[in-house]
Design a protein around this ligand. Sequence first.
Ligand SMILES: N[C@@H](CCC(=O)N[C@@H](CS)C(=O)NCC(=O)O)C(=O)O
Length: 292
Amino acid sequence: MIDSTYVPPKVWTWEQESGGKFARINRPVAGATHDKALPVGRHPLQLYSLATPNGVKVTILLEELLGAGHAGAEYDAHLVRIDEGEQFASGFVEVNPNSKIPALLDRSRDPPVRVFESGSILLYLAEKFGAFVPRDAAGRAECLNWLFWQVGSTPYLGGGFGHFYRYAPDKYEYPINRYTMEVKRQLDVLDRLLATRRYVAGDEYTIADMAIWPWYGGLVSNEVYQAAEFLDAQAYVHLLRWTGEVACRPAVQRGRMVNRAWGDPAGQLRERHGASDFDLRTQDRLEGMPEG
Ligand SMILES: N[C@@H](CCC(=O)N[C@@H](CS)C(=O)NCC(=O)O)C(=O)O
């Protein structure tokens, strides 16, 4: 099947926008586009993010750490509007030269430590607080197997399937088929795994669950790319069981709200600067709930 008659030139040049949802911010070069310092709050950890699945991984872990009593995990979460190019501000580029959310600055160390790439942030925080990574060698290896599986596999889901199925200005059968094949294979990998164990790495809930849930849990519960029907998500029963179980965790419910700037206002906490920031939101939701 031929989708297009495009013949690549000898040397590609950047001449026009390609169209599509994020075409306006896409560039073939790195670096800052403008001078702007990052805001800094009062807590040791400064997070610069947005509640996309990559952002939510980190806010879930921070809320889990705080829920488990690690007071040193207090954080300020600053909203980065990637649709407005804020990831190209000079201050952001200093923390993440790759210009992608999430990015973290640990100001409890001198000099402060920058951490970027969501998988790296999860591991950094889990090691800093000694939590959510098994201590034994076999358990730790299995947890990291799945953490790195997510980091390596999800670009096929996001940049591949999500782009061509949801965001591309025109729908082409060839790339949608190619990436649907791969995404369904990945869903089957997880479904078979979760048929044999409660959590991704075993009996223990770990950073591997926190990395995988926002993407693959989001996909089968129709929150990511609205593709659950297209992918026949109801067939992945073990993945759905785990998705529901993780979704019920209070820290997950808090974490997914942080730096969220779209959708139901009751599910948004655009900036988080303290635990009490959730109280008003919770109140809003409870007031809107039917009683029993
Ligand atoms: N591998 C990176 C991916 C991060 C990423 O792609 N972030 C997206 C939002 S989910 C972003 O900041 N996009 C802005 C851009 O591409 O300019 C990670 O896991 O942290």
